[in-house]
Design a protein around this ligand. Structure first.
Ligand code: 5GP
Length: 151
């Protein structure tokens, strides 16, 4: 069964669409955390960020890049929180990758995303080094190769 967002893409359920191109669409969130709360999605259904194909991901980012200042301007926001709940354990309810652009205001008292966690973690420098080494030896080389192959 297709996600509720695919049904929006297909025009089967209504939404306040604010942007659309060949691969990407943006619409206002039906339960906004703030006025102007906007969702940006790839039209095709991918559950998580890492499922979005290489040739679609740049379009998604380009739309976000353009929409963040436009959304802020539209509601006269002071700033914005831009976030993906990437996976059910991170709070993703709709299994169709979507970027939240949430306008923020000086007096909204919502705080930073760090507020999701009860306390700031502490980690020793050896563990930090191990994680950085693991990442730089594997994933980041793959990322660089992937980016180079696209340019
Ligand atoms: P998630 O928790 O998956 O990151 O966020 C899903 C978002 O989709 C929520 O902010 C929710 O308000 C929004 N949403 C859910 N159903 C609909 C809908 O039918 N239309 C619109 N415009 N937004 C929806």
């Amino acid at each position: 069964m297709s996600t509720i967002f695919s049904q929006i893409v297909e025009g089967e359920i209504p939404a306040r669409v604010v942007y659309e191109d060949e691969t990407t669409i943006a619409f206002l969130d039906a339960n906004p955390l703030a006025p102007g709360h906007t969702l940006v999605i790839p039209k095709d259904e991918y559950e998580r960020l890492n499922d979005v194909p290489d040739d679609v991901a740049p379009d998604l980012y380009a739309a976000i890049h353009q929409l963040v200042p436009a959304v802020e301007d539209a509601v006269d926001a002071d700033a914005s929180t831009v976030a993906f709940n990437n996976g059910a354990e991170a709070g993703q309810e709709v299994p169709h990758v979507h970027c939240h652009i949430v306008p923020r205001f000086d007096d909204d008292r919502a705080g930073p995303i760090h507020g999701m966690f009860a306390e700031t973690g502490s980690i020793d420098s050896e563990s930090l080094e191990d994680i950085a080494t693991d990442l730089s030896e594997t994933e980041l080389d793959d990322i660089a190769d992937g980016i180079e192959s696209r340019v």
